[in-house]
Write a protein that binds this ligand. Structure first.
Ligand code: ATP
Ligand code: MG
Length: 427
């Protein structure tokens, strides 16, 4: 935002007034030149971290060993990092140690791609020793210097290259692409957390389908440290038309769609997400959605017509998985159906089912036993029986009947039905 840029410039001015060099660097320079809104502003300076700590009132020593101090201005934080060189990379990963230097160009040289290796001074001057502006105009992702060497230093850069190409709709320069394909096996040295961070940005980003395509072509997923079990992708199945993830808005639905398209069932998907270090909550949601998908297929939803049977299936799904999961499943099923309309020509019920299902779902009056107008202790009293396993069973049956609208959600009616069931089943 405007105020972020103003405050960032104030940080530059103070450093320059104290006799140091200071610039905006990296992603924010790239995004500013493209005309994209800035997410954050990183600053590079010739001042040492202890000097930065002294020059500003509010600071956080975020990563002193790497030269980074967070400076808190009125409304925005800024990461201020001392010019540095990364000597000695440790086994194709991050540098083992950093060396502070006084030359901006050397600092830019350690960066991954030309479009990420530019600096912007307070007066608007752009420092661009590697042709970042040329590559922005030519829409190219190009490694700074020798791509083989750069990917050898930090193999994660290969995934970053694909991510930037997709995010900006850029091509990948020939030598950079060749090096990427060549060095793909080095990815085994990179922690899965870092792999996950890049992948999830690709999937949530502006061109997930192209990302999958480039991943397949480069075969990078073959060399993840942990096997994520995406056989059809690593087989080189690159028919882009089949993915269509961009048509789904929600990133978690995109992941679900991807895993389903890769042919993974719910338990395989769970394993795959675990290896990817996916956060637990998100992973649970995706796995539950795939379970619901399997359940719906087993229940033959495609052959269920638009009448009472359709409503009933949706009601049972709502009780089994919760309405919110069923809502997501409907989005997923409609998306898939749209891609498959030709293939589903022989299934006239499927379209009718999907077009009615959202309405049915909203009409389902209850989804959990807590929604029933009678609770366990009341049933114990009504039936005059000590609590036991029968209680859960009975509540489940009442829930199903109520959800299916065969029984109104009213206390009297529920008690009456409970007595009938108890007699029938002779609890
Ligand atoms: P994003 O929009 O994803 O934040 P970004 O370019 O700001 O893009 P960051 O990961 O925030 O990416 O990194 C900031 C800058 O640090 C990059 O622009 C790049 O110059 C440099 N950088 C980050 N990671 C690497 C890396 N693995 N190797 C070399 N340089 C890197
Ligand atoms: Mg950034």
């Amino acid at each position: 935002s405007e105020s972020m840029e103003q405050e960032g410039k104030e940080v530059l001015r103070r450093l320059v007034q104290a006799g140091y060099e200071a610039y905006f660097v990296g992603g924010c320079v790239r995004d500013k030149l493209i005309g994209k809104p800035l997410k954050d502003i990183d600053i590079a300076t010739s001042a040492l971290p202890e000097t930065v700590l002294e020059l500003f009132e509010r600071t956080v020593p975020t990563g002193l060993a790497h030269g980074t101090v967070t400076v808190l201005m009125e409304r925005h934080p800024f990461e201020v990092t001392t010019f540095r060189k990364e000597s000695e990379y440790e086994q194709y990963r991050r540098p083992k140690e950093v060396e502070f230097i006084s030359d901006l160009n050397e600092d830019l040289r350690r960066r991954d791609f030309t479009i990420n290796a530019m600096a912007l001074a307070e007066d608007g001057r752009i420092i661009d020793p590697f042709g970042g502006q040329r590559d922005l105009v030519g829409c190219l992702i190009r490694a700074v210097g020798d791509p083989l060497e750069r990917f050898g230093e930090d193999a994660l850069r290969m995934l970053r290259g694909i991510r930037f190409a997709c995010e900006y709709g850029f091509g990948i320069e020939d030598d950079t692409w060749e090096a990427l394909v060549d060095h793909a096996p080095l990815l085994v040295h990179v922690a899965m957390e870092r792999v996950y961070a890049e992948l999830t940005k690709m999937i949530a980003g502006s061109a997930p389908d192209r990302a999958i395509d480039l991943l397949a072509q480069s075969r990078l997923p073959d060399y993840f440290k942990e096997s994520v079990g995406w056989p059809s992708l690593t087989r080189g199945d690159t028919d882009r038309a089949v993915w269509r993830l961009a048509e789904l808005d929600d990133p978690e639905l995109r992941w679900t769609g991807l895993l389903a398209r890769l042919g993974l069932d719910a338990s395989q998907a769970k394993q795959s997400l675990k290896r990817l270090t996916f956060p637990g909550k998100k992973s649970e949601h995706i796995v539950k959605l795939l379970q619901a998908d399997e359940w719906m297929e087993r229940s033959r939803w495609r052959e269920t017509d638009g009448g009472e049977a359709g409503y009933d299936l949706i009601a049972r799904a709502a009780v089994s998985f919760g309405k919110s999961i069923v809502r997501d499943w409907l989005t997923l099923a409609a998306w898939r159906y749209k891609a498959e309309t030709g293939a589903l020509a022989g299934e006239p019920h499927a379209a009718a089912f999907l077009s009615n299902a959202s309405l049915w779902l909203e009409r389902v009056p209850v989804e959990r036993v807590q929604d029933l107008a009678i609770d366990g202790s009341e049933l114990v009293r009504e039936l005059d029986k000590p609590p036991g396993p029968w209680l859960g069973q009975l509540l489940g049956e009442l829930l199903l009947l109520t959800a299916g609208r065969r029984l109104p959600n009213e206390r009297e009616a529920l008690a009456e039905q409970a007595k009938f069931i108890a007699k029938r089943d002779t609890y």
